[in-house]
Design a protein around this ligand. Structure first.
Ligand code: RBV
Length: 406
């Protein structure tokens, strides 16, 4: 068996979703057409561990067109789109992913993607690379290099590199300007609210929206929530980030205060225990809580469970907890990243640039990864400008004014 998905009969529906995403991802599609001729990934065996979405499928098809063999797993138990997974399996991609798998199954899926002894790895959150470094160290010798999609993963890898524990070079795709200044801001901003709205259908206008953390993701969420008429409160421990939030027009206060006034909470810190028991104790009846950070540790859900006298699923991805004093708190997407658990992740247009960076990083590793050290590398700044130019051109707004050229 070279795949395990929820239901192969969903493949036709998945294909439609992927075709739709392709129509919104012109930069990656242009790279695919070039790659089909030049075959820069010939001989590469790429193990990927990244949300199985329609956009990821466009990336997978692009890697295959460029000559790579791939093997895939999801990087979060609730982010796999079963229709897309079925479509990829039907296209012959070894894929091990289904929505709602257990932690044990999650690692089983990652392990399967290592069966073909990859020579490149692609991560979102670093779980695959950690698996190689812990339980499959013997495979590391054969790996030319890896890529990492997200902030949390890059933090984990930089810590590993600092300890001298990294066994092959990794490109921090996240740190490219055409990734984190777009995906993290506009992608997270729109898709997180999309998840909350799909799960609740609430009116944002007039609501107090508490955004935990004012990094790129928090900034995007705050900006879009304000745009929908929400009254944004930011919680932030880093002084300069708190200052930015204030200058962007938001209120800033500690979570201990924000907990009392918030209607909707969205954490985006990358830290654990941002909303905990003492916050649940003072929240308003009807408060909606969610997280958009990579891991589900930002809301301490066991504290909520402990305080609840009852729980029911109101609608998909929306669980009502009734506390002992009668107040109700609504948990969205089990505290897992709300944009992927309760919606479809970032819109295709923004993933177009993120995944163009992924593709180019893998091509770079295939070409000269052997000459790199076991460090975390950034992609060259020229690549950002080139991708920016390409993206502008596909949007019909090529920056052609000679006065703006240097
Ligand atoms: N992300 N992928 C999607 N639609 O495929 N949406 C979000 C998608 C990625 C995003 O790049 C972010 O860095 C990461 O998910 C967090 O796990």
């Amino acid at each position: 068996m070279n795949h395990k998905v929820a239901d192969l009969k969903l493949a036709d529906a998945g294909r439609l979703r992927i075709d739709w995403a392709e129509s919104r991802m012109p930069v990656l599609m242009a790279l695919r057409e070039k790659g089909r001729k030049d075959r820069p990934l010939e001989g590469m065996r790429i193990a990927g561990c990244l949300h199985v979405t329609k956009e990821t499928a466009v990336l997978v098809r692009t890697l295959v067109a460029a000559g790579a063999e791939v093997s895939w797993s999801g990087c979060n138990p609730l982010s796999t789109n079963d229709e897309v997974a079925a479509a990829l399996a039907a296209e012959g991609v070894p894929i091990f992913a289904w929505h709602g798998l257990s932690t044990e199954e999650f690692y089983w899926c990652i392990d399967r993607t290592l069966d073909f002894k990859p020579n490149l790895t692609l991560d979102d959150g670093a779980d695959l690379i950690f698996t190689v470094h812990s339980r499959f160290q013997h495979l590391a010798k054969g790996v030319i290099g890896g890529t990492e999609e997200t902030t949390t993963g890059v933090h984990r890898l930089r810590a590993m590199a600092a300890d001298g524990k990294l066994l092959y070079p990794v490109f921090a795709v996240n740190d490219s300007e055409t990734k984190w200044d777009f995906d993290n801001v506009y992608g997270t901003g729109q898709s997180s609210l999309d998840g909350i709205i799909r799960a609740t259908s609430v009116l944002l206008a007039g609501k107090v929206v508490v955004v935990g953390g004012y990094g790129h993701c928090g900034r995007g969420v705050a900006m879009r929530a304000a745009g929908m008429g929400g009254r944004v409160v930011v919680t932030e421990v880093k002084p300069t980030a708190a200052l930015k939030a204030i200058l962007d027009g938001h209120q800033v206060m500690p979570m201990d205060e924000a907990a009392k006034v918030g209607d909707i909470f969205i954490t985006a810190t990358g830290m654990k225990d941002v909303v905990v028991g003492r916050h649940f104790d003072v929240m308003k009846d009807g408060a909606i809580i969610s997280n958009t950070g990579h891991y589900d540790c930002e809301l301490r859900i066991p504290d909520l469970e402990e305080r609840a006298r009852g729980k029911r699923e109101m609608r998909p991805n929306n669980e009502e907890y009734t506390l002992k004093d009668g107040r109700r708190i609504y948990l969205i997407g089990k505290g897992r990243l709300v944009n992927l658990a309760a919606a479809e992740g970032h819109p295709s247009e923004v993933m177009d640039m993120s995944f163009a960076n992924q593709y180019l990083a893998l091509c770079r590793l295939a070409r000269d990864g052997k000459n790199l050290e076991n460090k975390v590398y950034e992609l060259p700044a020229e690549q950002d400008q080139e991708l920016g130019r390409l993206k502008l051109a596909t949007m019909g707004s090529a920056n052609e004014d000679p006065a703006t050229e240097t």
